[in-house]
Ligand binder design. Sequence first.
Ligand SMILES: Cc1cc2nc3c(=O)[nH]c(=O)nc-3n(C[C@H](O)[C@H](O)[C@H](O)COP(=O)(O)OP(=O)(O)OC[C@H]3O[C@@H](n4cnc5c(N)ncnc54)[C@H](O)[C@@H]3O)c2cc1C
Length: 390
Amino acid sequence: MTENKTLSPLTPPRILISGAGIAGLALARRLDSMGIAYTLIEQRDSMQQSTSGIALPFNAIKALEVLGLDQAVLASAHQVKEVVYCKPSGRILSKASLQQPPINQAPYVALQRSQLHQILSKDLAQNIHFSTSLTDVKQSTNGPATCTFTDSRLNGEFDLIVAAEGINSPLRQQFCGQKDSIVDYQIPNWRFIVEMPDHGLQPTYMLGRTELFMVYPVSPDTLYCYAHVYDEAGQYSTGDAKQHLMQIFSHFRGSATEILSKLDDIDVIPGRLRSVDKPYFSNGRVVYVGDAANACSPLLQQGAAAAFEDIICLSTQLKKQGLDDAITAYQQLRSDRIHWVHHASDAPIAKMKMMQSPIAAFARNTVIRLKGPINVQGWRKLAQQDGLVV
Ligand SMILES: Cc1cc2nc3c(=O)[nH]c(=O)nc-3n(C[C@H](O)[C@H](O)[C@H](O)COP(=O)(O)OP(=O)(O)OC[C@H]3O[C@@H](n4cnc5c(N)ncnc54)[C@H](O)[C@@H]3O)c2cc1C
């Protein structure tokens, strides 16, 4: 057992959660349910979310079940049954059912991000210190950290700081050197929600060479769309998102044509595919969860699932043992799965440059024809690993 210099077994740890996104909110709810106190800060001034969607595969729903939120999410979400990969012409490359073993352990759903945040933040708003962030953290060896905040009323000591600040986590920057810890794949992307009554679609991935146009239903009448392209020259990194979409995807047929014709009235969110270079778990009493720990490409749609699994694992260990042992156990229990997810999500993205070659894109498509959609292959492997490690 690691010596714990400041806490007796009966002293509850003073826990700070920095960031009220998916990971921070889920952790706050979980600690509430365990009767463990915390302080939760959020740099934004409210819970307002951009209009985008989020897809939750089986293991996200299994984790939500542990958090007691699966029914609330399922009631707001749209369930899908298969995944379709096709060419820009609409010709199908491959299809796979999501209702067969081993990946049918729970439903696959998607919903608007704002709905997920509403569910996660229900009854929590009064616990969140909005417009608040850390200005400094001084750690001591195996002891509490001295924290100062933009709101000086919170200044004081915390035994555990949970960095749930997303990919740009300032805590990771301070303790791990963030400058070198983010990989930018030179892939600008665009997300939006579009109304399309009675679309009748299942999740559909239209693959060009490096261009991807994905539609994922969030209701029978609404689609979440995601598009990206490899862009070494940076020509699509700035400027008019809608013009870029029209230019890059003008040759895409099927639902893409109809969706692109509706862009005028739609808010498009531009972004870039970026990941942490490797998973991070902790530095002393600072523990990383969610994207602060393991941001990777959304290929396997594991972002929310990983955040939920992280906080379930961490909170369970906090309940079981002293702080320093809990932190060690968190890293040990999460390491294999997180390294696998990070690698499986990013390896195909890291090779995107090669897909500019028609031969490489043809070879990739041949593999998809033979083995099935890339994300379904990933979910099958994930489903065969140990489940939720708590
Ligand atoms: C294009 C794209 C598509 C995606 N699609 C999916 C998908 O379909 N399914 C899926 O599961 N995942 C998806 N993801 C990943 C998913 O969005 C993330 O994994 C998830 O949002 C991580 O949650 P988080 O709470 O760790 O971080 P975030 O959601 O980034 O939340 C971090 C929070 O911390 C706050 N914060 C930041 N800095 C500070 C600070 N210094 N002090 C206080 N607060 C701070 C932020 O304001 C924010 O509220 C996608 C990601 C991208 C980029």
